[in-house]
Design a protein around this ligand. Structure first.
Ligand code: CTP
Length: 397
């Protein structure tokens, strides 16, 4: 669908600020946005901000005579291809489920004949309350798409499900509803991503592993898919759900990962985020290694694993843009610069993993290229992913 029209209803929650980023992403992807700001939403973002980002008038009240004469509120709800409620507060979800229409937003939601996507954000207890669960079930049964909120630390200081999904994930959900804003910046491109740790077997029950959670790589896969790319995600053992629209290949060891990468070529962009084990055990035991009672420890002989990134860079089927990651605990940028040359990558994205980056929600990265170093502020991994994908698309353009 070329230039889909999205009616965005911004509810009253702290996550409303993320709706501004959503407007920007929809616009960037070629969509048109008209915003409706609830009274609560206006406590968190201004109509001016949304008007400037959407380049459209923002509607706030049912009782605006000028708007009503130029375009009745029913028409406003009908001319959209999709209605997105973001953030969908507990109150908005309850009113939607009950069919209450006591302001412009809820009236439009009741009057619309178009698909509706609700993106909830609220305190964890409010999300888990039986009333909200009932309302969500009612809405889903009546074909409103209600996303699950993200889990994590909340503005109110509590922890759990209730955070607004990141804007790139909302874009993916919009695409999944068949509203693919006109070609994204990576439409027609194949992006190959590795993510997570590898497990190197010692014997049938033991393995060598590392603390990689796979979150950063999965976030990049999601952002690349939202940008229109065909995405192949080669994932080590992680407990993460596959982002919508992404082809996932599960592997365990470095050697399996290397084969899966090879098999997925050709690609336009490769992003090697996996924390591949540098070494594996020479001669994995066929049976569980047993203590022999003497106190002697089994000799574990290690051999080096294939360097997937370096081999890809040397390959005749090298993607046009190859991005490596560097997990460092000291001299982050200097080590990344050395790695850039040694591996033959175009960029190395360096991150300091001395804190709780591995497994954590946020990341601080430095993009090291032969042209210089760009350091990004600490931000959620989804935003790091969006920033990287934006730069990758620019680099290929
Ligand atoms: N990498 C890879 N295959 C390996 C090791 C690493 O593809 N066998 C990739 C990673 O996915 C990452 C980059 O190489 O994109 C750098 O990984 P890192 O572990 O930081 O580098 P090492 O090669 O292990 O270098 P060092 O031992 O100096 O840290």
């Amino acid at each position: 669908m070329v230039h889909p029209k999205i009616l965005l209803i911004v509810g009253g929650g702290i996550a409303a600020y993320k709706s501004c980023e959503l407007v920007r992403l929809i616009r960037k992807a070629g969509g048109e946005v008209t915003c409706v700001l609830t009274e609560g939403g206006a406590k968190f973002v201004t109509a001016m901000t949304l008007a400037a980002l959407s380049e459209n008038p923002v509607h706030t009240t049912l009782w605006d005579l000028k708007n009503e004469v130029e375009m009745g509120h029913i028409q406003l709800s009908r001319q959209a291809d999709l209605v997105v409620v973001c953030p969908a507060t507990a109150d908005l979800l309850a009113k939607m489920a009950a069919g209450i229409a006591d302001d412009l937003a809820t009236t439009l939601l009741l009057a619309t004949d178009k698909p509706v996507l609700a993106v909830p954000a609220m305190n964890v207890r409010m999300w888990q309350h039986a009333a909200t669960r009932r309302n969500v079930a009612t809405l889903r049964a009546s074909e409103v798409t209600v996303l699950d909120p993200d889990e994590g630390a909340m503005a109110c200081g509590e922890y759990g499900p209730g955070r607004l999904p990141e804007p790139p994930a909302i874009m993916t959900a919009i695409a999944r509803m068949g509203i693919q804003p006109a070609p994204g910046p990576l439409t027609g491109r194949h992006v190959l991503i590795t993510a997570g740790p590898t497990h190197e077997a010692i014997d049938p029950v033991r393995y060598i592993a590392n603390r990689s959670s796979g979150k950063q790589g999965f976030a990049i896969a999601q952002a690349a898919a939202a940008a229109g790319a065909r995405v192949t995600l080669v994932a080590g053992p992680v407990i993460l759900s596959t982002p919508a629209g992404v082809t996932r290949i599960d592997v365990e060891s470095a050697r399996e990962m290397a084969s899966a990468v090879e098999a997925a070529l050709p690609a336009d962009i490769a992003v090697m985020v996996a924390a591949v084990a540098d070494w594996r055990v020479a001669g994995t035991a066929d049976h569980k290694i047993k203590k022999d009672g003497s106190g002697a420890v089994p000799p574990l002989q290690l051999v080096e694993n294939p360097d997937i990134l370096a081999e890809l860079c040397r390959s005749s089927r090298r993607p046009s843009l190859v991005v490596g990651f560097a997990a460092e605990t000291e001299q982050v940028v200097a080590h990344a610069q050395a790695k850039l040359a040694r591996k033959g990558a175009d960029w190395i994205v360096a991150n300091d993993v001395s804190g709780d980056v591995m497994g954590g929600e946020a990341n601080t990265v430095h993009i090291v290229t032969p042209a210089g170093v760009e350091s990004l502020n600490e931000m959620p991994k989804a935003l790091v992913a969006a920033a990287l994908v934006e730069r990758m698309a620019d680099a290929l353009a």
